[in-house]
Design a protein around this ligand. Structure first.
Ligand SMILES: *[C@@H]1O[C@H](CO)[C@@H](O)[C@H](O)[C@H]1NC(C)=O
Ligand SMILES: *[C@@H]1O[C@H](CO)[C@@H](O)[C@H](O)[C@H]1NC(C)=O
Ligand SMILES: *[C@@H]1O[C@H](CO)[C@@H](O)[C@H](O)[C@H]1NC(C)=O
Ligand SMILES: *[C@@H]1O[C@H](CO)[C@@H](O)[C@H](O)[C@H]1NC(C)=O
Ligand SMILES: [Cu+2]
Length: 672
């Protein structure tokens, strides 16, 4: 009897749990796929007679619902779909899977050029091949190197005008680790290995020249290997928040001060920030700023045409997966001690979910900076000073794609600004050279001699952001507020001035009007405005793009193959009409792509962008001439841009912010 009652209780309990779960536990429509959703996508696909267990998964992510559905939230419990790219029988398949209906709702075979993101597992298998490949072992013994000290690494091969559809190939280059962790500093220069990833075998091997391997001395970066700590010493510090942290995380939703946004992980893009809105205290409402933003691509071409170097023109998101290579963030070093962390999931080569722990951190930054201030001594007998401190919220991700580390920060400010910052650190990609002094270098120079036999090769980093701004609604326009110098003469002016400047506003009609090379045009403020919403003063509400310090554009020839693939990298700014399929600046299939599907080719359709749902694309660019301080490990260098409200609020949104009372000077002693 008891057990029957128990069973009935459990039965009714589970019914009631089931009946409430769709409303309470239903995911946000933009939540990334969960562990169990990735599993079920795999299960649905492998249950289909079309796919064998030999199928390999290269991308599994959320197939975002249409924007209208997300904005009205009607889809939240009815549709969860996965977008999947897989390889089966040497073909690339693209599928949409309905996770709730357990069915494949679209399936097509990709017949054009380009291949999907490489899996970690196939790269892991490829780098072991040379270690038992007799010609490579011969090359090593010729150089007096021990195979046990050798580490190989994968380098995408790009596309150099081949007309036939090609094979899925990868180049391998090998290095001497031995006593150093900085194996990138010790290339086995002159040896190039090409692997067919489908056959998983070496299909081409070249040992072209013999160059001395740079010595291990002075290359290491590990604290126990760098020698005595004679470098500058600073005292550790930390932030004290006596009233606790100022933000809440609920699932993927983050709320802090006047901001609310959604943060999710994607294996290709890394962090995806969605539905960012800001509370307007005067209007007593949250107002939308951003629909979705993420890093779309990172193009990193090296500048050495030699046989072992010319193809090194990487697309870190489309070829390697910027999110796939994300680092697990270390509390209190990668992020301050008071940070909170968020995890992510991706599908491994076998389609099974893999957890990425601590892939993002979120923390408040207070570094003693000022948000606004004024001292007024103009009123006789009075001295007025008002100051508001600047406290911001940072979302951080670090991706280490091989030798380089990219620290990506999105910093939200209470003023309504968002600062996008990319910081580069890590190890240089160096070329082995016979030179031991800069005076020996002949004219054809491709890098900086940073140590004996060690040339750090010139290269660029172009980081392209997809920024779907929805300023107070989806229909927006792109404007250039151009400075126009005006000259005056005695004929038409009673002023002693002979010149001034005024502003001429140009609203972009089509995509070509919105391709901007910063610095080439006359000075202009670049704005995304909502022409349908005006402030009380009658100005169109908007946000301004403020380029930061990294404004380099590619200077490669237009007919150079890597440039054809990244033809968008000659201008920093593009604006396209919103299109769910146009997310990846270098095309959906980037590995060995041919430039027929990229941001520039989309933009050349020259579609209308005025008072439409539009997407802003911004490329931060670094021309990297290495210097000796970048060796053995490069200190961080940062660049980026800011999005700043411009006639969005009626006034300074911080004018009626309560000042802080003076804080005590903490002097505490650790007890643990
Ligand atoms: C796929 O292609 C490779 C060569 O690239 C070949 O060795 C292999 O047999 C092919 N597999 C199938 C299933 O056709
Ligand atoms: C003033 O007169 C000069 C000479 O006639 C002319 O070039 C200029 O455009 C005029 N400026 C304005 C603001 O009318
Ligand atoms: C959306 O993007 C895809 C891929 O570029 C393209 O094929 C399609 O025509 C675009 N749709 C519109 C309406 O521009
Ligand atoms: C901390 O406070 C104690 C007690 O007031 C004082 O003796 C000590 O010198 C202070 N230490 C520092 C580093 O200011
Ligand atoms: Cu660099």
């Amino acid at each position: 009897m008891t057990s029957l009652i128990k069973l009935l209780q459990i039965f009714f309990l589970s019914i009631s749990v089931l009946s409430i779960s769709p409303s309470t536990a239903s995911p946000h429509p933009l939540d990334p796929l969960t562990h169990s959703e990735i599993s079920s996508a795999r299960h649905i696909i492998l249950s289909s007679p079309l796919f064998s267990s030999a199928t390999t998964f290269h991308y599994v992510g959320l197939d975002e619902p249409d924007k209208a559905e997300v904005l009205s939230r009607i889809s939240s419990s009815t549709s969860r779909r996965a977008f999947v790219i897989l390889r089966s029988n040497n073909q690339t398949h693209q599928l949409t899977v309905d996770l709730m209906g357990s069915s494949i709702i679209s399936h097509q075979i990709h017949t054009g050029s380009g291949y999907p993101i490489l899996t970690l597992q196939e790269q892991g298998a490829a780098i072991l091949l040379p270690l038992s490949y007799p010609p490579f072992l011969q090359s090593l013994s010729k150089r007096g190197l021990d195979v046990n000290d050798i580490v190989c690494s994968t380098f995408t091969v790009g596309w150099f005008g081949e007309r036939q559809l090609f094979k899925r190939l990868i180049a391998l280059l090998c290095f001497v680790a031995g006593e150093t962790a900085n194996f990138y500093a010790r290339p086995v220069e002159g040896v190039l290995i090409i692997v067919d990833l489908e056959a998983m075998e070496i299909v081409n091997y070249r040992d072209r020249v013999q160059i001395p391997v740079p010595k291990a001395d002075g290359t290491d970066f590990r604290s126990d290997k760098v020698g005595p700590f004679v470098g500058p010493e600073t005292k550790p510090g930390f932030i004290v928040q006596p009233q606790g942290r100022g933000f809440q995380i609920d699932g993927h939703n983050v709320r802090w001060a006047n901001w609310a946004f959604h943060l999710g992980y994607d294996v290709r893009a890394g962090a995806v920030i969605s539905l960012a809105s800001i509370y307007d205290a005067d209007m007593e409402t949250h107002r939308s700023v951003l629909y979705r933003t993420f890093v779309s691509e990172l193009f990193v071409p090296y500048m050495d045409p030699a046989e072992e170097w010319y193809f090194r023109t990487f697309f870190d998101a489309g070829e390697y997966g910027f999110g796939l290579w994300a680092s697990q963030l270390q509390p209190s070093t990668d992020c301050p001690a008071h940070a909170e962390f968020m995890d992510g999931y991706y599908a491994g080569r076998d389609g099974k979910p893999v957890k990425m722990s601590n892939v993002f951190c979120i923390f408040e930054r207070y570094a003693g900076d000022i948000a606004w201030r004024h001292t007024e001594i103009g009123i006789p007998g009075q001295m007025i000073t008002e100051v508001r401190p600047e406290v911001t919220l940072v979302v951080r991700m670090v991706s280490t794609v091989g030798n380089y580390d990219y620290v990506m920060d999105w910093e939200f400010k209470t003023t309504g600004s968002i600062q996008f910052r990319v910081s580069l650190t890590g190890l240089m990609e160096v070329k082995g050279t016979p030179y031991t002094h800069a005076d020996q270098i002949n004219s054809d120079q491709h890098g900086t001699l940073v140590a004996e036999n060690t040339m750090a090769v010139y290269h660029d980093h172009f980081i392209t952001y997809h920024i779907d701004l929805d300023i107070d609604g989806t229909e927006n326009s792109f404007q250039k507020l151009k400075l126009k110098p005006v000259k005056l003469s005695d004929f038409n002016s009673s002023s002693p001035r002979r010149s001034y400047w005024t502003v001429v506003t140009e609203t972009a009609e089509t995509e070509s009007d919105a391709q901007v090379k910063i610095g080439a045009d006359p000075a202009a403020d670049l704005l995304i405005v909502n022409p349908n919403k005006k402030t009380k003063m009658g100005n169109a509400v908007g946000y301004r793009l403020i380029p930061g310090s990294a404004t380099g554009v590619s200077v490669l020839a237009d007919n150079d193959f890597p440039q054809i693939r990244a033809s968008y990298s000659k201008k920093q700014v593009w604006v396209t009409p919103y299109n769910k399929s146009e997310k990846w600046a270098a095309g959906l299939y980037t590995d060995q792509s041919r430039g027929d599907d990229n941001l520039a080719t989309w933009s050349h359709r020259n579609r209308g962008i005025k008072n439409k749902d539009i997407v802003l694309w911004y490329t931060a660019g670094f021309h990297h001439i290495p210097y000796q301080e970048d060796f053995p490990l490069m200190p961080m260098i940062s660049g980026g841009f800011e999005l700043r409200p411009s006639n969005f609020f009626e006034r300074n949104p911080l004018i009626n912010t309560k000042p802080y009372s003076p804080q005590p000077r903490f002097n505490c002693t650790f007890t643990s």
